[in-house]
Design a protein around this ligand. Sequence first.
Ligand code: SF4
Ligand code: SF4
Length: 96
Amino acid sequence: MTLKRLSPEELLGLDRFNVDEGHPHILVDRARCALCAARPCVTVCPARCYRLKDGQVAFDCAGCLECGTCRVVCKDQGVTSWTYPRASFGITFRCS
Ligand code: SF4
Ligand code: SF4
């Protein structure tokens, strides 16, 4: 049996997300982000929840893989709260 190698995008496409509208599990302070020169979150987030828009960091937790990387790399306290989503919300990882 030959296994098909999937790209990261194809693998992410298998996952299911249940977004908890109005209750983001990660909170980001944009004022603090404005003072952050390195902005590592934009580079390291595998789900691209952090993006640069008009020179500012924009954040949307929809599609978050709950890996915790942004919490670790944020040294300028822009991530003010990081928790897992409430039960039944967030990501469900699936295999092909
Ligand atoms: S690393 Fe932290 S402070 Fe810097 S842009 Fe990202 S969330 Fe904001
Ligand atoms: S927990 Fe991981 S996937 Fe979610 S926003 Fe942070 S770096 Fe991105």
